[in-house]
Design a protein around this ligand. Structure first.
Ligand SMILES: Nc1ncnc2c1ncn2[C@@H]1O[C@H](COP(=O)(O)OP(=O)(O)OP(=O)(O)O)[C@@H](O)[C@H]1O
Ligand SMILES: [Mg+2]
Length: 329
């Protein structure tokens, strides 16, 4: 096994959905995620940001093996996750979703929710004991073990979801807006807990959030998505101090909101987020870009290395000797 191989890798992954936008309309193809490459090293925290509808959750579901890619592959330690047994994958890669209420079975007790993964994986007694231990570790008093999710607060429910995700000691946790459904005061507590657990359990995180301040604080690397594609990717300090893509610059200049589902508002970009069923030709960002040139309307820039940053933008042309950075759309 190569020491430099990323723990988790997206290799040109795409996901299309065939959708009907009206009763009598023909079906059309929506490219929710389009040729995304990502590499997450062991111990890293990869933040994924971008407006609502840009494909973050679809990508997260592919990384978890919950949604199969229509093209490309997700690799865990170099191995295509399609070749892994579902349980073996779940043991190593776990999700934490935005809404703990809908992801927890309302009829089961907290103890049985947290011990269910142990049961599924055939880990025997003291199963209940392990579950209670994990509940305590995430800051829940054991007396809540026999309650149901409806009897807990939002923050407590998210702690249950975290305990359930970690009880099998996974290597990777994919967090899809894990705090955006919570009160602002509780968000910081949950974030601190996730960071403590990362150290304690040597976790690798993929962390999707609309809250750029949180991403700057916790991520080691950041990928910026626009209309299903990664348009910029770099180490966190690099990306926040020297954003190259005009979209990343607009995102960082935007007023942020912790509200779920609202996306990143008020970016001063003029036009609203484009219809993913009719993506603009050339660079998908060009209709909203104040730097757009003629080339941007016809040629899609490839994501290419520009001094510590991967960026897909014609403002940063490749030297003439290198292979073309442009892909016809
Ligand atoms: N199962 C599905 N069937 C059809 N279209 C889908 C499906 N899941 C997602 N989409 C579409 O794919 C695109 C990307 O959706 P996705 O949920 O990945 O975005 P997102 O970046 O997570 O947005 P948000 O920030 O609002 O959570 C959207 O246009 C969405 O409507
Ligand atoms: Mg989402």
């Amino acid at each position: 096994m190569s020491p430099t191989r990323p723990l988790l890798q997206a290799d040109a992954v795409s996901r299309q959905f065939s959708i009907r936008s009206g009763m009598f309309r023909p079906r059309s193809t929506l490219h929710a995620v389009n040729g995304v490459d990502l590499a997450v090293e062991r111990g890293a925290v990869l933040g994924i940001v971008g407006e609502s509808g840009c494909g973050k959750s679809t990508l997260a579901r592919m990384l978890l093996g919950l949604t199969p890619p229509t093209d490309g592959a997700v690799r865990l330690d170099g191995q295509d996750i399609r070749s892994l047994d579902r349980r073996a994958l779940a043991r190593r890669v776990q999700p934490i979703f935005q809404d703990p209420y809908s992801s927890l079975n309302p009829r089961r007790s907290i103890a049985s929710i947290v011990s269910l993964p142990l049961e599924v994986h055939g880990i025997d007694n003291p199963r209940q004991h392990k579950a209670i231990e994990m509940l305590e570790r995430v800051g829940l008093p054991p007396r809540l073990a026999h309650n149901t999710p409806g009897q807990l607060s939002g923050g407590q429910r998210q702690r249950v979801a975290i305990a359930r995700a970690l009880v099998m000691h996974p290597e990777i946790v994919i967090c899809d807006e894990p705090t955006s459904a919570l009160d602002v005061s509780v968000q910081a507590q949950i974030m601190n807990l996730l960071m403590d657990l990362r150290r304690e359990f040597n976790l690798t995180y993929v962390f999707i959030s609309h809250n750029l301040a949180v991403v700057e604080h916790i991520a080691t690397h950041v990928a910026v998505m626009y209309l299903g594609r990664v348009v910029e990717s770099a180490a966190t300090a690099q990306l926040f101090h020297d954003p190259r893509h005009p979209y990343t610059q607009a995102l960082l200049a935007s007023v942020l909101t912790p509200e779920p589902g609202l996306g990143i508002p008020d970016m001063g970009l003029g036009l609203s987020f484009p219809d993913p069923l009719r993506p603009p030709p050339g660079c998908p960002f060009h209709p909203r870009c104040q730097h757009a040139m003629a080339q941007c309307k016809t040629e899609r820039p490839a994501l290419a290395d520009r001094e510590h940053t991967l960026v897909a933008c014609h403002l940063y042309p490749l030297p003439p000797s290198s292979p073309t950075g442009a892909n016809p759309s």
